[in-house]
Ligand binder design. Sequence first.
Ligand code: SF4
Ligand code: SF4
Length: 275
Amino acid sequence: MGRQLPVIQPQTFRCDPHELCEGAACCRTPETDPALSLADYFRLSRHTGLPMSRIWHDNGNAHIYFAEQNRFLFTLGLLHEPCPYLTGDLKCGVYEMRPRACAEFPYLMFNRRPEALEDYSSYRCLQNVSLSTEQAAYAEKLYELLVQEGQTEMQIFWGNMPAYFHVPHLGVFFEMAAKAFDITIGKDPNMTKSRTRQLVSNLRDMDNYAKDWIHEKRIDANFYKSALNHVVFSLVEDEIAQRFEGLKDTDLKPFEETTRRLIELNASLERTKCK
Ligand code: SF4
Ligand code: SF4
């Protein structure tokens, strides 16, 4: 009988910002911009002592999902070029109360959206790895919290009406962009805020892209997805701030319990990300 070949164990995912990336890579790139939930804003508010509307104005952003042809779902997001909570020594400044999307990266992709891992093919920490049983179980428990907090958010913040944007053609996009530009420059005429500069640079890129599109007669959903977040933020910034201000403590009560569970859950899985 021949000799048995050794069994090669698949590597388990591990986050090691010193060895596997140039330090908190996933906190610094626009492609990993996290969707935030209302519960994340609640936690950031508790942690920083700032009202949710202030956090939204200073650090918020729109997060856009492609829903179906010409329709985009708008949810709350976070500025992420880099994340405003990343400290100078590349640590997370709100680690204990970091958004759930940050805690779940990349675990939930392995469990629920393995195709999304292709977008991160340049991340060394994600190459040729799988999740341990413990990591997979952690991801599922996070997913349960995501569903529960999402249901509460839909009721108390969105009135059970998800927010969609219709962008049937480039003309509509440029109308929205022009309005967003006027609003933003009206608030910050000297362009002192990085958000204003990001919007302007974003619109310049879009202009170039649109010229190519007219030439090539094609457009894809990724064009709008990357173009829309700063534009939509400018259009809805004040309305969303008013929604935050209209929330009562009793509305937010359910998040006290889910936050307690999230803290316990995060403490159960040792990891190093931006700690
Ligand atoms: S998960 Fe960890 S190792 Fe991977 S990019 Fe993020 S910080 Fe770097
Ligand atoms: S883990 Fe912290 S620093 Fe990194 S993106 Fe999330 S909030 Fe920002």
